[in-house]
Write a protein that binds this ligand. Sequence first.
Ligand code: 5AD
Ligand code: SF4
Ligand code: FES
Length: 346
Amino acid sequence: MEEQTRRSLIERAESKHRLAREELAALLADEGAEEEMAAAADRTRRAYVGDEVHLRGLIEFSSYCKQNCLYCGLRRDNGKAERFRLSRAEIVALAEKAKAAGYPTVVMQSGEDAWFTAERLAEIVREVKRLGLTLTLSVGERTRDEYRLLREAGADRFLLRIETTDRALYERLDPGMSFENRLRCLADLKALGYEVGTGCLVGLPGQTVDSLAADILFFQSIDADMVGIGPLVPNGDTPLGGEPPGDMRLVRRVVSAIRLLLPEANIPATTAMETLQPGARELMLRSGANVVMPNVTEGEARRKYALYPGKACVADTPDHCRACMEGRIRAMGRTVGKGAGGRRRA
Ligand code: 5AD
Ligand code: SF4
Ligand code: FES
């Protein structure tokens, strides 16, 4: 792209937070735009959400999944996946520890495990909420009534990535799942008053920059409160095991573009990024991101929850990661968020 065009697009994104799909796609395609986009995104991050980095304690509580996503190690056809399911008491104990370690928010994540009916989950939600924590659920697709029950039990936020807005690609990679139902879930969650997080994968076979541009405009159109991006990390025990990993430079442009177009959103520097490129969390925190989700799961479960291989921090303890992240954040001249770090509105 010509330097003049590039500059004017980035300036407009920074001042108006709007770009057309073709403009966005052109920036995403432009390797030379990376540093300028990141600098603009970093200014926008500071202006809208400040220097605090919010930590969310991630509890991975079940590796059972009835779905069969082609990229994911927890897919039901992966006979090599080690399955585990934490008990209610174990989950609540992890939440208590997360609270004691200073996390104001915990995220409870699992595969789509039917054992955890909405009623069972709601009981756990109520117990965790009694600890005074802000609670995010990431348990996949459910009916509106189930989402309502969980919301009434006290869940504050919900994460459900759209993965890709390319409908055909979505239905090819997530066999048996419907794009329509995914949209329905996100709409129900919003309507029920959850803070809603979504996001996509970068590096899916057949995905284009045009489709990533559409993903970002989708996040904007649903007014996403949180947007999590992950590069594809090929998992040898899945059908996408032979694919190349997601391009981290493209991931960085996507993160920066999301900050420019959704200036108030919470944007995590994700574990998948760190897995492909050590140091990526800091890089992304300087390129638009403002959230990190350290794993607070302990013991065997930490290893067995294997969406992809080589997961960063898999051999570390929750206490070690908490201290490590705090040190890294301070070394960057940023601070660890004190409150629940919810969506801010200008
Ligand atoms: N590489 C990167 N991210 C993955 N996810 C699942 N499998 C992989 C993989 N191989 C992501 C999906 C899902 C989230 C919980 O993990 O985007 O929404
Ligand atoms: Fe299950 Fe989620 Fe993995 Fe798909 S991405 S197989 S729904 S855990
Ligand atoms: Fe896990 Fe640094 S955050 S070791």
